[in-house]
Design a protein around this ligand. Structure first.
Ligand SMILES: C[S@@+](CC[C@H](N)C(=O)[O-])C[C@H]1O[C@@H](n2cnc3c(N)ncnc32)[C@H](O)[C@@H]1O
Length: 134
């Protein structure tokens, strides 16, 4: 389960490398359409789905791992929603911004294909379903 990122490359890579079923949610119609094009031309289109809609109105109860690329305000809004719906322990990775008021289990820096010298942060969090950050 992956939420809100442009063009959904991360979701496709995730589905390719893990076999997971991946769902992306993006509110911007044009980005959704581009993401769908990228999914259609991938080898994992049967396991990837893009939903064009508001990520704050989605049911996350089946999600086990979340990739969140949102501004800090969006992160602050979505975390309580995911926590309140969980039925199993789950992980969250955020890109660029950490989750407000949470301590990451791990942090690393990554570059992108079009910015090979960049060092953009990724933050990993583990949560149990009693809403505690491990
Ligand atoms: C930090 S940006 C990430 C994309 C980034 N601008 C880029 O260039 O790759 C946040 C993304 O989340 C989307 N977004 C913001 N609020 C959202 C919401 N409530 N539901 C779904 N998507 C949302 C935006 O449309 C945007 O594509």
């Amino acid at each position: 389960m992956i939420n809100s990122f442009k063009y959904i490359y991360e979701k496709i890579r995730c589905a390719e490398s893990t076999g997971a079923r991946c769902v992306g949610i993006e509110v911007d119609q044009e980005r959704c359409e581009q993401a769908q094009i990228n999914i259609n031309s991938s080898s994992v289109s049967s396991r990837c789905q893009i939903i064009c809609g508001n990520a704050l109105e989605y049911d996350y109860s089946n999600g086990t791992a979340f990739f969140l690329y949102l501004v800090p305000r969006g992160l602050k809004l979505i975390l309580p929603l995911i926590r309140s719906q969980c039925i199993s322990n789950f992980r969250i990775v955020t890109y660029m911004s950490p989750l407000p008021n949470e301590t990451p289990a791990q942090m690393c820096k990554v570059s992108t294909a079009h910015q090979p010298g960049a060092e953009w942060p990724l933050f990993l969090y583990h949560f149990n379903c009693n809403s505690q950050n491990d």
